[in-house]
Design a protein around this ligand. Structure first.
Ligand SMILES: Nc1ncnc2c1ncn2[C@@H]1O[C@H](COP(=O)(O)OP(=O)(O)OP(=O)(O)O)[C@@H](O)[C@H]1O
Ligand SMILES: [Mg+2]
Length: 171
């Protein structure tokens, strides 16, 4: 068990807790206006990563999937976290009703599940977090940071330094 770093911005999670821990470490580096688009199929761990970020920001309320509400706000921490789940959204014009344009890119931190389908209508500046399953290992995931834009590049580098330092410390 344990979170591993497999290279620059690439990690291996062996259980739900590892993914949450990565989220907690990411939280320390996040700033107002940051946008994270979480990519990966059903049940891959997008909501659990978000849970870790909320906890890392200092919000102790439970994070569940906002599938029906489409957006949940966790504002008990250092900066507000806006958690979107756009799975049920069929058309880009429906984005307006979610309230996403009121916050995206300037207020709090936005984490989007199923956001890549509307990426053209959202923002050019975001950190994509790609979570993938690993063959023959039901609880393992690879988690890769793919920055888009200058701020996202800086953020990815900061996160990577923080994860590297944390894991080296315990080795
Ligand atoms: N390494 C892991 N990281 C994260 N979750 C894991 C891991 N191994 C097993 N799991 C399990 O996978 C499931 C992930 O659920 P989660 O709701 O976070 O996924 P999701 O990507 O948000 O799914 P959805 O697309 O339905 O919203 C949980 O049941 C969790 O316990
Ligand atoms: Mg989810």
């Amino acid at each position: 068990m344990g979170l591993r770093r497999e290279g620059l911005g690439a990690y291996r999670s062996q259980c739900q807790q590892d993914t949450e821990r990565l989220g907690e470490l990411m939280a320390d580096e996040l700033a107002e206006g940051d946008v994270l688009i979480l990519t990966g199929g059903l049940g891959v761990g997008k909501t659990h990563l978000t849970k870790g970020v909320a906890r890392g920001l200092g919000d102790e309320h439970p994070v569940t999937s906002p599938t029906f509400a489409l957006m949940a706000v966790h504002d008990g921490g250092r900066i507000p976290l806006f958690h979107f789940d756009l799975y049920r959204l069929e058309h880009a014009y429906e984005l307006e009703d979610t309230g996403i344009y009121d916050v995206l890119g300037y207020e709090g931190v936005c984490m989007l599940e199923w956001g890549e389908q509307f990426q053209d209508e959202l923002t050019d500046e975001y950190l994509s977090v790609v979570i993938s399953r690993v063959a023959d290992a039901p609880d393992e995931r690879t988690i890769v940071l793919e920055p888009h834009g200058e701020r996202a590049q800086e953020l990815a580098a900061q996160i990577d330094r923080a994860v590297k330092a944390e894991l080296e410390q315990e080795a």
